[in-house]
Design a protein around this ligand. Sequence first.
Ligand code: IPE
Ligand code: IPE
Ligand code: MG
Length: 257
Amino acid sequence: MDNIDFEQIRLPKHVAIIMDGNGRWAQLRGKHRTFGHKAGADAVRRAVTFARQKGIESLTLFAFSSENWKRPPQEVSVLMDLFFTVLKREVKKLHKHNVRLRIIGDKQGFSEKLQQRINDAEQLTAANTALTLNIAANYGGRWDITQAAKQLAAAVQAGKLSSEAITEEMLANELCLAEQPAPDLLIRTGGEHRVSNFLLWQLAYAEFYFADVLWPDFDEQAFARAIADFSCRERRFGLTSEQVQQAILDTDVTSGE
Ligand code: IPE
Ligand code: IPE
Ligand code: MG
């Protein structure tokens, strides 16, 4: 796996990751689940560096779902504190490395202090171009589609849009991540094979990759393995394999290769 030539293989433009398995990682070591969340923060740093160095445009990490509020209050409170301290600690470094940070999710669910910190971090890094790092926090795919629908409904109510004129593209434009390429690779660590209300609309044509590794153990090699797997897949978008192959040949001819 060390000999993957990243210059040669087809890289995903946008990788989305469901970072699962922190709690089990800690429990396997006889520790409290929150110990796993802290170790998970180190794995985040590693994944961000890897994505930036390999030239991936966008990385979207699922950090806290709209359903995770139902966890024991003590765990929720540790996760919020961790989010706050990691933001504080890492933003300058992200900025130095030209990373644009965006938080997607219902920010109103957070404390005023955390919302302020999020706004400051987004503003500071807004013009950066090396990598866009989206952290999904208090995020749910159903919430996202609902908030997009509300925006279109408001435009209809204001007389700026007729309901018959609504298109898929208009709804897509109101969703989180609209200005970025659609995620083309979804990775879920922790061995579960489900989407857990992550980017329901945006993942329509993503390639799914499931890894048994628990998130705190997700390292450069594990990331490289997922990308190598992605690069071998044929993405058909509803076409037949023959059509896809023909389209590749046609592109080669027109690009003079
Ligand atoms: C993912 O790890 C992190 C969050 C959901 C916040 P988990 O905490 O879900 O870990 P497991 O799945 O229980 O091992
Ligand atoms: C998904 O993990 C959410 C995050 C990784 C933030 P969960 O552990 O919450 O998902 P379920 O409950 O196993 O579906
Ligand atoms: Mg989990």
